[in-house]
Design a protein around this ligand. Structure first.
Ligand SMILES: Cc1cc2nc3c(=O)[nH]c(=O)nc-3n(C[C@H](O)[C@H](O)[C@H](O)COP(=O)(O)OP(=O)(O)OC[C@H]3O[C@@H](n4cnc5c(N)ncnc54)[C@H](O)[C@@H]3O)c2cc1C
Length: 416
């Protein structure tokens, strides 16, 4: 078996987290040899497809409560180690100007993920990071103070420090196939069970499916055993297989994590932002002066006609009859269904469509001040491989940038 020289730091995985880890390592110790490896010939596939190819780099306001998974204090410390402001400044320094959209999301002014990836690759190259693409790592071992990384039956790489930035299981064609979980498990790390998150919801409800293509604003609530556990508000899209759009994606992790015997259910509030009381006042006290129910709802709430046709018909509310003729019982039913319509979700689409992986390497066994393993000195983690997943809005990249930076900085500082 051929063995090469010993690298100071080997970063496995050249996605968002790995690129930041390698760049920061080199910035902090220009004389250290930093090797960045990726199994794919072309790196950064997720950066390119992200945000509809526009790459939502970060968010105006990033809080630990925007994340699920491991303990909040861990997430807080990592985000503070490299904040969104530092992220925006870093990208400006490497030539990527970001602009803030009214939604709080930051995108490159070019509206292209390619700008982000190219700038990161250029910076990594300028600093002297050695990038090797098409190099898939099959196994990582530690003997005495050195790590050996097996590429194939012929090649073995050696390193003083290893940063695992191999991502999770989402969108596997981009190179993340869960190999990093196996490496971590080999070293005794606990892997919190994984499942797809930020992924569309499935429903066999033909009425909802018939609305494929219709978008509206909604607040979705997730119930477990009849108790509300979580909610997500935002744009909501009906599709031929179920539901998508930010609100559906954000709530999906809760449904995916819940065993069937605990009765996972999702309900939609189609008038988000209004209180029950204000709706009650509007619907129970008004007579609608001869307007049809459909027109009344369309005028009051700006709901799309196609949606109202299906919504009123499926609930036997007679869309053409005058609003004033609606019985009190039916007004109450309307009120309830506008605020809490069952979506009849049967599942979530899998990793193939998921933007992120929930679960992963347990944070209990990682030091939040350095991202170093508590079990194996010299082993570090960053990015989606860890048990942290953010909501839609740039939060997952921010986790990758922050945890990558902290891991890269800590790994080289520990060399001296
Ligand atoms: C369609 C889509 C859109 C998204 N949009 C956004 C968005 O706009 N904003 C946002 O914040 N987040 C977004 N995300 C999520 C975000 O892309 C991820 O959270 C982030 O890219 C994770 O970065 P990472 O470096 O941890 O992992 P990855 O980007 O998955 O990188 C891991 C790398 O490790 C390599 N690798 C794996 N195993 C090995 C091995 N054995 N040997 C060598 N290399 C290996 C892989 O090839 C890969 O390049 C989106 C995700 C998807 C799928």
């Amino acid at each position: 078996m051929k063995t090469g020289p010993i690298a100071d730091v080997v970063v496995v995985g050249a996605g968002a987290a790995g690129l930041l880890a390698a760049i920061t390592a080199k910035q902090n110790n220009p004389s250290a040899t930093i090797l960045l490896l990726d199994s794919r010939q072309k790196i950064g596939a997720k950066i390119l497809v992200s945000g509809g190819t526009r790459c939502n780099v970060t968010n105006e306001r990033v809080l630990p409560s925007d994340y699920q998974g491991g303990p909040r204090h861990f997430v807080k410390h990592v985000l503070e180690a490299f904040t969104p402001t530092q992220t925006i400044n870093f990208f400006r320094e490497i030539g990527v100007e970001l602009i803030l959209e009214p939604t709080g999301k930051y995108f490159p002014v070019t509206h292209s993920g390619k700008t982000v990836l190219e700038a990161l690759m250029k910076e990594s190259d300028r600093l002297g990071v050695v990038l090797k693409t098409g190099h898939r790592i099959e196994g990582v071992r530690k003997k005495d103070a050195l790590f050996s990384l097996k590429e194939n039956s012929e090649n073995l790489l050696w390193a003083r420090r290893v940063i695992l930035a191999t991502g999770g299981l989402s969108l596997p064609e981009t190179g993340s196939d869960g190999a990093g979980f196996r490496f971590a498990e080999h070293f005794g790390h606990t892997i919190i069970p994984t499942y797809p998150a930020l992924t569309p919801l499935l429903s066999e409800d033909k009425d909802w499916q018939s609305l494929s293509g219709v978008t509206l604003e909604a607040e979705l609530s997730f119930f477990r055993n009849g108790k509300k556990q979580a909610s997500a508000r935002g744009s909501f899209l009906f599709t031929h297989f179920g539901f998508s759009g930010p609100a559906a994606l954000d709530i999906s992790r809760h449904f995916a994590a819940c065993p069937a015997q605990e009765k996972p259910e999702i309900f939609a509030n189609f008038i988000p932002g209004s209180t029950e009381e204000s709706l009650q006042n509007l619907i129970l006290s008004r007579n609608g002066s001869g307007q049809s129910l459909k027109h009344f709802l369309s005028d009051e709430f700006l709901l799309p006609d196609s949606f109202l046709d299906v919504f009123l018909q499926r609930n036997n509310l007679g869309q053409l009859s005058a609003f004033s003729k609606l019985s009190l019982v039916n007004k109450r039913k309307l009120l309830r269904l506008l605020r809490e319509s069952p979506l009849n979700v049967t599942g979530v689409t899998g990793y193939k469509k998921a933007e992120v992986t929930a679960g992963g390497v347990s944070l209990e066994e990682v030091r939040f001040s350095t991202m170093q393993s508590k079990l194996v000195p010299g082993l570090y983690f960053s990015g989606e491989i860890l048990d942290v997943d953010g909501r839609i809005g740039g939060f997952n990249f921010q986790w990758a940038w922050s945890s990558g930076t902290l891991a890269g900085r800590s790994a080289v500082r520990s060399l001296s």
